[in-house]
Design a protein around this ligand. Sequence first.
Ligand SMILES: [Zn+2]
Length: 179
Amino acid sequence: MKNERKLILNIKKQILGIATIHIIEMIGVLDFESNQFFKEAIVELLGENAGDIILNGNKLVKLDEIGLGTLHFIQNQCWSFNGKLYLTLFSHLIDNFKELGIETFFQFQNSDEEALTLIKKEKGIEITEDEKKFPTIIICPNCGQKMKVGKPAFFRCPKCKKIIKVDKDIKATIVKQNA
Ligand SMILES: [Zn+2]
């Protein structure tokens, strides 16, 4: 069990058409102790309509050579399901491996959104005009506070605490709350 505690995986699913993309935040250490747990967890996720994986390394504090070999293994697994592996926010981990030419082995992206956009392009899924509008800055209709929003959803204004609904046309409205 100790291996599982060394590495925590925070797994989210994104459905694009018939495809399922797993976005996995890695927290902890990927090394000789945790790699077996990691491999098994990932292989379990892969399937006919789920070959693409985005691994977010932002909270990964250590990656050793065995961990790197594991990423290579995962990439091969993705390929066998006609998918791809995307590594986002790994820049703090790859310096040690630069001389290996690591940039040519893997797809490195600066954010999960960037990787998702690439996957959409690869799968021929159109990026809608609505998606192009975000992220954006909206102004709270109640108090005028500016805030950054990444998608159409409900947000709480950090200043006046009102709940604000932002729709796909970037229209912001105050949500009436029960007293
Ligand atoms: Zn406000």
